[in-house]
Design a protein around this ligand. Sequence first.
Ligand code: FRU
Length: 532
Amino acid sequence: MLALGGCLLLAACNPAVPDDKNPSSGSAYYTEPHRPQLHFTPDSMWMNDPNGMVYYDGEYHLFYQYYPDSTVWGPMHWGHAVSRDLVRWEHLPIALYPDSLGLIFSGSAVVDWNNTSGFGQNGQPPMIAIFTQHLMAGEKAGRNDFQYQSIAYSNDRGRTWTKYEGNPVIPNPGLRDFRDPKVTWDAGSNQWIMVFAVRDHATFYSSKDLKHWEHLSDFGQEWGSHGGVWECPDFFPVKVEGSGVQKWVLLQSINPGAYNGGSGTQYFVGDFDGRKFTLDPGFAPAVRPYSSGVEQAVWLDYGRDNYAGVTWSDIPPSDGRRIFIGWMSNWDYAQSVPTGVWRSASTLPRSLTLRETPEGLRLAAQPVKELESLRKAEKVFDIGSLEDEKELTADLGFPVGPMEIACDFQLSNGSRPAFSLVLSNSKGEIYRIGYDGTKNAWFSDRRLAGDTEFSSNFAQAVHYAPAPDIRENQSMRVFFDVSSAELFAADGRINLTDLFFPTEDFNRLTVVCKGGEVENLRVTCYQLDPIW
Ligand code: FRU
């Protein structure tokens, strides 16, 4: 009933908004308070997880969990946008609507290059979307089997989709929390691999044609963090930086139970033999058996606002990157953040690499290089040593706003100061992000950064990210948008993504050093163009 009602209503409120309101048409749309200028947002209404990220024929597709009738979560559809550069996005009509099998929950998409599914037409490979359907009626009736995996195909570059008549392709054996399929082609075993989350573990299936699936194995009941439900896994091969050695990475979102609370993403590194994922022996100690009673996990991002992120499928080998986007929010408060006609943004796209470190194999993430195309004005401050604070606002040469700021500095003679970039406004609202030498940790502090009242859970604490090692030479790069900051430090090993909601836009920028001094401080600031 609910699903059907949603469908009928939707015909009237398709998000393919009239052209004068379409942000990609360059109007003054998209300038509401808190509206991100560097990040993807739906033009209106509710969004959560990124879905179906696939590259095809010059376009990066971004589908997303979307409820077109409200700014809070509701019956899920797949919203749709495309980009040619990962930076500027064009909104497209809703791709998948709920049907009699249920709502359209999270999932993935692939290009079926060899037409293994038989859905191709005129010699062109079809695009296949693989997603969970969630049957509200089943859930309401107290059943356990209300989530299952379905597929749909497109023969017109993702513009229209046909659901497979044999859905679901993986029925539910009676397990609650049975969702979020991510499919990848495994050249090693010559088959499609699907991973999805089943409450407290990831499960692996294989297929030759994307329609018939066989259960292979399970992973994770005894590893990593189990403070909440496992959701939205991703599973992909990646070569260790500087070597030809291939490993597999399992990204595994969890809610709640993240490092700084609520929703977050842990990951595992190992090998895959076509049936089973086995932890790399050097990685295993960091995610030691959960049954030992002590939780231990390795986190992708230490901020509170990067969840359910996955990577693009079918990036051409000539490019070779593993590009990630997450949902820039947290279930702890996502539905009450003080935005207007829309709720939620995606993180910036990041390129993930796998690196051999003294602690074992670890992911590093950096913002994709395409973001450099947003750089407008540039100002370099060669500050040298700093022991107190220095306001940069007047000398910037452009107004404080969406910016990229890189800081390089040295900690000499055992000095352990707290160094931060500080945004503030005339109302005395302050956001701080930087490195705390006494803790050897990176941090983000939004406790005084504006509106925090909408949730008691939003701003109780400073969010710390333990540095992987002690370094004399430090560098950090931060992307500030109207209502978020993303930190990349320790050569990409540390990521920290946090939202904030100043009640007046921040208009002052200060560098602050407390409890010691930093030397050779150089701050490079770029004014960034809006993406819309
Ligand atoms: C994660 C999640 C997924 C689910 C979707 C529903 O944020 O809970 O597990 O598929 O959102 O919108």
